[in-house]
Design a binder for this molecule. Structure first.
Ligand code: PLP
Length: 396
C-alpha cells in the first residue's frame, strides 16, 4: 500500500517523519507497509535492546496480559517485585520506583533529591547538570537539560539547574554553594553526541560530591541495561552513585523506566510520589524478561566483543575517508565525520535500495550507532559495507 499523506492528518505534527509506515519488526530488521526491509541501527533510540519483538519479551507480555494487567499501583504485584529485586541485586541501590518514561524517572530523581535537601541540607534544592546534557521533555527535565535554546522554550524554566562543563571538575566545584543538593549527569552524553565522562572525572566527581555532602545522580536512561557493556555504566567507572534512573532498554521497547536510590536517600513520604501506571505488571513482566536475557552468563562479554568489532570497523571507515575517528562505550558509539554531511548520509541510508539502513545523526558532523545488543557480527559487517557505499554516494 502506498503512503497517503491525508491518512496521517490527525496526528500532531511534532517532528518531520519520512513517508513510511512500519508494520513489522524482527531482531535488527524492520519492514514497511510496502514490504521493504531496513537494517535498524537506531532501535527506537536505543530502546529495543534485544531488537524488535524479541521472543522472550513477546512471551512475557502474552502471558501477563492473560493473567493480570493492572491491579492498581496501590497494591503489590509480583512482576514489579521480581524486577525490583533483580535491579537491587545487580546494583548498589536498595530501592526502586517504577515509572513510564525516562523523563518521568528523572522528574522523580529531581523530586527525591529536593526532598532529601529539605531534610538533610537546610532546604538546598539546586542540582548541577551539564552543557549538552539531555534529561527529557517535561518542564523540569528540559530545564535540567543543557540543550542550546531550551532555556527560552516554554519559559519560565524550572529554577535551580546551573550548568557545568562535562569532564571539567573545576566547573562543577565553582557552582557548588549551600543551596546545592546534587550533581546529575549521563555517564555518556547520548543526545549530546556520545560523549563519555572521563574515568578520572567521574571518580573525582564522586569524591567531590561526597566531600561536599551532596548527592550524585546518574541518568542512565540511555547508558543503562547493558548498553555500555556493563549492566549499568556507572559500574564501568568503579563508583557508586546515590541515585540512578533507567529507561529505554529496561522495557525492551515497552514504556517502562525506573528510579533507584540507596536506602539512606529513600526519603519519600506517603503521597510524595506515585502515578496511575507505575509498576504495572504488564510492563514490569517485560522488564523481567529483558533483565534475564541481559543477565545471562556471557551476555555482557558478548556485547563488549561486538562493541570492539564495531569500533574497529568504524575506525577503518574513518581512516579510509579521512574522518575524525570514533568514540563511545559498549554499543553506544559515534563516528565523527570530517564534514557536515551526517543528515545527508542518514537520508541516503534510509532510502537505499533495495534494503534501507536506519541511522541517526544527533549532530550534523556525527553518526550515532545504538544497535540491538544482540546484533550479529554479520549484521555489523553488512552495516559497515553499506555505510562505505553510502559515504561514497553522498560524497561523489
Ligand atoms: C531518552 C533520554 C531521556 C528521556 O527519556 P524519555 O523516555 O524520552 O522520556 C532522558 N535521559 C536520557 C539520558 C535519555 O537518553
Amino acid at each position: 500500500m502506498a503512503f497517503n499523506p491525508a491518512d496521517v492528518k490527525s496526528l500532531m505534527e511534532i517532528t518531520s517523519r519520512p513517508e513510511l509506515i512500519f508494520v513489522k519488526g524482527e531482531g535488527s530488521w524492520l519492514e514497511d507497509q510496502e514490504g521493504r526491509r531496513y537494517l535498524d541501527i537506531m532501535q527506537g533510540w536505543a530502546v529495543n535492546c534485544l531488537g524488535h519483538c524479541p521472543p522472550e519479551v513477546v512471551q512475557a507480555i502474552e502471558h501477563q496480559a492473560k493473567v493480570l494487567i493492572n491491579p492498581s499501583p496501590g497494591f503489590y504485584n509480583q512482576p514489579s517485585i521480581d524486577l525490583a529485586n533483580r535491579l537491587t541485586s545487580a546494583s548498589c541501590f536498595d530501592r526502586v520506583f517504577f515509572a513510564n518514561s525516562g523523563a518521568e524517572a528523572n522528574e522523580g530523581a529531581i523530586k527525591l533529591a529536593r526532598k532529601w535537601g529539605q531534610i538533610h541540607r537546610n532546604g538546598a534544592y539546586k542540582i548541577i547538570t551539564f552543557d549538552h546534557s539531555f534529561h527529557g521533555r517535561t518542564l523540569a527535565t528540559m530545564s535540567a537539560s543543557g540543550k542550546a535554546g531550551w532555556d527560552k522554550k516554554f519559559a519560565p524554566q524550572v529554577d535551580g539547574f546551573p550548568k557545568a562543563i562535562m569532564n571539567y571538575l573545576d566547573s562543577v566545584r565553582e557552582l557548588i554553594d549551600d543551596q546545592t543538593v546534587a550533581v546529575m549527569l549521563e555517564p555518556v552524553q547520548g543526545e549530546g553526541g556520545v560523549i563519555p565522562a572521563d574515568m578520572q572525572f567521574m571518580r573525582e566527581l564522586r569524591a567531590l560530591t561526597r566531600e561536599k555532602g551532596i548527592l550524585l545522580i546518574v541518568d542512565e536512561v540511555q547508558t543503562g541495561m547493558g548498553r555500555c557493556g556493563t549492566m549499568f555504566a556507572y559500574q564501568h567507572y568503579g563508583i557508586e552513585p546515590d541515585i540512578m534512573t533507567l529507561g529505554k532498554g529496561i522495557g525492551g521497547g515497552v514504556p517502562l523506566s525506573a528510579l533507584l536510590c540507596r536506602e539512606e536517600v529513600a526519603c519519600f513520604e506517603h503521597g510524595d510520589q506515585g502515578g496511575t501506571y507505575n509498576g504495572n505488571p504488564l510492563m514490569t513482566a517485560a522488564g523481567v524478561a529483558v533483565f534475564d536475557v541481559l543477565n545471562a552468563p556471557g551476555f555482557m562479554e558478548s556485547i563488549n566483543e561486538r562493541a570492539q568489532y564495531l569500533s574497529d570497523g568504524l575506525n577503518k571507515l574513518s581512516a579510509k575517508w579521512g574522518m575524525k575517528g570514533e568514540r563511545g562505550l559498549g554499543l553506544l558509539r559515534a563516528l565523527m565525520l570530517d564534514r557536515e554531511d551526517g543528515n545527508a548520509i542518514v537520508e541516503a541510508a534510509r532510502t537505499r535500495a533495495p534494503e534501507g539502513l536506519l541511522l541517526n545523526a544527533p549532530r550534523t558532523n556525527l553518526l550515532r550507532f545504538m544497535p540491538a545488543l544482540n546484533i550479529s557480527k554479520e549484521e555489523i559487517d553488512l552495516m559497515l559495507s553499506w555505510l562505505d557505499e553510502l559515504i561514497a554516494q553522498v560524497r561523489q
